[in-house]
Design a protein around this ligand. Structure first.
Ligand SMILES: Cc1ncc(COP(=O)(O)O)c(C=O)c1O
Length: 381
């Protein structure tokens, strides 16, 4: 397998590449990867196509067992197939979970992945942005703010674990403290763990569901979408160990969305069942890509890099550059399309998706350096 291969995505109806279709801008924004999907997934999909009929499907027991095995081996989570609820994707799952539990007052950390911020607006309920303290280059879980909000009536917290955009892996002790608050204040925890397999070399994911019992009000959202580049294929899961939560979630889903897509299920089973070596190589490659970013942009006066513990997203603090214009706009003019921090609740930041071949990344970094030097910044090398 090669993560160096350049694949032209411009005419492939890709959201990421279509945005700058007719401009010389390298799109490093929305979170999908410019790498070919694992060969084992392609092979499984081709074999399924050979059957010539799709039809309404059922999710096989063996597919669910494959996911449970994965969770056991990679996340130290003990789950049974009956504890899984099938979803069309993670983002709808966040909304359905809050609706199912009839919450009217929810919280989320800020800055955060915009669709998480959006849930309260979608459902027309109260949403509380809980600011995360930044300590020694890492976001800390705002436990005091969570407790305060819970005392004031917050009923649920949408957790992003690992955190997008900060790339933060929540520590087991932070998650234990969060669970204690959940038990004390009857707080529902919905943990979006879509980045749980995209862990930088040397780190490990701590799943909330590894710590939760069948009594706890915890829903964990799981998907192969990010880690195996299967975003857009409609399948994800909610792991809810508590029976009543599971029952309500299933009732909420009934009739509201399609819950099974035969191709998505085949792709997911191949990914979790046979693509662990691919994922481990990917993680090494992403680690090297991060090193390239650090080497090129680290030490630039006015820029602060946050070393991601997980995800393929670099969260870059550009406030020190003192630019009046949004930094993402400046970088776009110089040919690099980044996500704008304001959408995450953090003006002056940009988010760079570094899941692309080295050649693309190097080119993008040179363009960013040009933007900086053009604005009077000295950049080494
Ligand atoms: C934290 C997080 N959750 C969910 C999603 C999207 O998941 P899905 O496509 O399954 O809705 C993303 C995509 O970037 C994400 O970063």
């Amino acid at each position: 397998m090669s993560f160096e291969r350049l694949i032209d995505r411009r005419r492939s109806d890709s959201l990421k590449w279509q945005k700058y279709q007719d401009a010389d801008v390298l799109p490093l924004w929305v979170a999908d990867m410019d790498f070919a999907i694992p060969w084992e997934v392609t092979k499984a999909l081709r074999a399924r196509l050979e059957h010539d009929i799709f039809g309404y499907g059922v999710l096989s027991q063996s597919t669910k067992q494959t996911l449970c095995r994965w969770l056991h081996q990679r996340w130290q989570v003990e789950a049974t197939p009956s504890q899984l609820v099938t979803l069309p994707a993670v983002v709808p799952g966040l909304n359905f979970a809050i609706e199912a539990m009839a919450c009217s007052d929810i919280g989320f950390f800020s800055p955060i992945y915009p669709p998480i911020r959006q849930v309260a607006q979608n459902l027309d309920i109260r949403g509380r942005a809980l600011e995360m303290p930044l300590e020694q280059g890492r976001y800390r879980m705002p436990l005091e703010a969570i407790e305060q909000a819970a005392r004031e009536g917050m009923q649920a917290l949408l957790l992003c674990n690992p955190h997008n955009p900060g790339g933060t892996i929540w520590h087991a002790r932070e998650l234990e403290a969060l669970l204690a608050l959940s038990r004390q204040y009857d707080l529902l925890l919905v943990s979006d763990e879509i980045h749980g397999d995209l862990i930088m070399p040397g780190n490990r994911h701590h799943s909330l569901s590894a710590l939760a019992t069948e009594e706890d009000a915890v829903i964990t959202l799981i998907s192969a979408g990010k880690s195996f580049n299967l975003a857009g294929l409609p399948i994800a899961f909610a792991l809810a160990k508590q029976g009543e939560i599971r029952r309500r979630l299933k009732a909420q889903l009934t009739g509201r969305c399609a819950t099974h897509n035969v191709l998505a299920a085949v792709a997911m089973e191949a990914a979790f069942g046979r693509c662990a070596p691919w994922l481990d190589e990917l993680r090494q490659y992403l680690g090297q890509n991060w090193g390239r970013i650090e080497a090129r942009l680290g030490g630039v006066d006015g820029i602060r890099l946050m070393k991601p513990e997980a995800t393929y997203l670099a969260w870059i603090d550009c406030r020190g550059l003192g630019w009046e214009e949004e930094p993402s706009k400046v970088f776009t003019r110089f040919g690099v399309g980044l996500s704008c921090g304001t959408e995450f609740g953090a003006p002056g930041f940009v988010r760079l998706n570094f899941a692309c071949p080295e050649q693309t990344l190097n080119q993008a970094l040179e363009r960013m350096v040009r933007a900086l030097t053009d604005h009077g910044k000295r950049v080494a090398g």
